[in-house]
Design a protein around this ligand. Sequence first.
Ligand code: FES
Ligand code: FES
Length: 155
Amino acid sequence: MKVTVTVNGEPVAAEVEDRLLLVHYLREVAGLTATNIGCDTTSCGACTVLLNGESVKSCTVLAAQADGSEVVTVEGLAGPGGELHPMQRAFHAEHGLQCGFCTPGMVMAAISLLRENPAPTEEQVRSGLEGNLCRCTGYHNIVRAILAAARGAAE
Ligand code: FES
Ligand code: FES
């Protein structure tokens, strides 16, 4: 079937199999490989993107379901001059990553979290990240980064 998804502001149209997952569409059709695949059990969150403004695990959505929708991946966050998104800057400043594998999904989940709750408590950040796993950091610096981004957004 023909699927057209606006990805990071650009329309991407392709003939795809009905069963193609959105994460494969992003990586293989749109050529945007920063969205990672970390499991086959819908549990890691490495594939998190924004679909019509809400975070979703793109391995749980069919490309066909996203037809006509807007998707933002981590590649779409930087500004026109390449300046990092405030959440990316906060992850950098607070050392919120080690290997970086979970980071694209973590950043997208964090952006969605702050959209829903611009001034979360530490507890709310930790529970908001329950769907995103990190094997490296123990979450401490990730949580600090999100709280720092929230403070920045509030300033
Ligand atoms: S790849 Fe693990 S939740 Fe999507
Ligand atoms: S930084 Fe390595 S999995 Fe999160």
